[in-house]
Design a protein around this ligand. Sequence first.
Ligand SMILES: Nc1ncnc2c1ncn2[C@@H]1O[C@H](COP(=O)(O)OP(=O)(O)OP(=O)(O)O)[C@@H](O)[C@H]1O
Ligand SMILES: [Mg+2]
Length: 336
Amino acid sequence: MSERAKALEAISLSKDFRLGRGQVLHAVRDVSFNLYRGAVVALVGESGSGKSTAARLLAGQERLTSGTIRLDGEPVSVSTRRAFRRYKSSVQYVFQDPFASLNPIHTVRYHLERPVRLHQRPGGSGGMASPQKRTDVSQQLDTLMEQVRLTPARQFLAKYPHELSGGQRQRVSFARALAARPSVLLADEPVSMLDVSIRLEMLALLDDLRKRLRIAMLYITHDIASARYFADEVLVMYAGQIVERGPAEEVTQQPRHPYTQLLIASAPDPDNLGKRSQPPRKSEEAATVGCPFSPRCPLADDRCRRENPALTTLSQTRAAACWHLEKTGGGTSASS
Ligand SMILES: Nc1ncnc2c1ncn2[C@@H]1O[C@H](COP(=O)(O)OP(=O)(O)OP(=O)(O)O)[C@@H](O)[C@H]1O
Ligand SMILES: [Mg+2]
């Protein structure tokens, strides 16, 4: 990526859920990152680590407890319906389960036509569609179907969700998101419900879309191996916090946080099969005092159980939150 055009900025996002009896769950804690046009950031972590909550905050579906979101440099306002609609057309969220997000009684055409009309922007500037522009709708549907490689378009547009395979349904979900001509796509575990055999094909499609349409993408996954091949940057999340971040290649080849090291060791990566260890558990066992990973960490000492380490800069592009970075490999020296 030669020039990096910032699309979306997440600045110190936090989300607390009140659980009753005065209990508060810090689902997302002080999370910051940028999404750039044409680039993929992977948000990786176990079940319950806060990935979807972070995405829902970015999608405007969940209210921030604190923090700021900027789109194209402007602080996001979703206070009016109009502002929210404008924001939502730029920032689209694709769910894990394409079956749940498609209505079984409607055809593919129905699912795509509405967003195409809603977001139709003659000349790309927004506004009402003229009758003449309306004839473009079918052309736009054809384009969308081609973009997600569901061809011949006419044939697929007439189908109902149950007539499609899981992969084809997910392609329809992508097409629906693209109908809004978004600059940002939040893809929440987009391939985890699909057969292993078609996951790579689907990631290749997403890769193609982000390059061709210069979409800024957040790719949420619990599979760090897929992040390695697909993402430019990896953010590792544990108990609501980013515990390690950096270029995908570096984070996956030389992980510095003990949690990232555990994820890599237990990832179903062909390069790592020999080293496969225990599957990761849910982050529910996170400590509420000190480093959240301390109950599971082989390096944990008293300090780890007392104080939560901040993200420490390792280089211009890398950071990790651990008190024992000097022990976790690499020749890189830590400096705050
Ligand atoms: N509306 C809510 N009310 C209360 N707690 C919630 C709510 N939504 C999420 N949580 C809790 O917040 C934490 C983070 O949930 P989240 O769904 O963001 O995790 P995740 O990383 O997406 O997990 P998964 O991989 O299972 O999808 C979990 O402990 C979850 O139970
Ligand atoms: Mg989730």
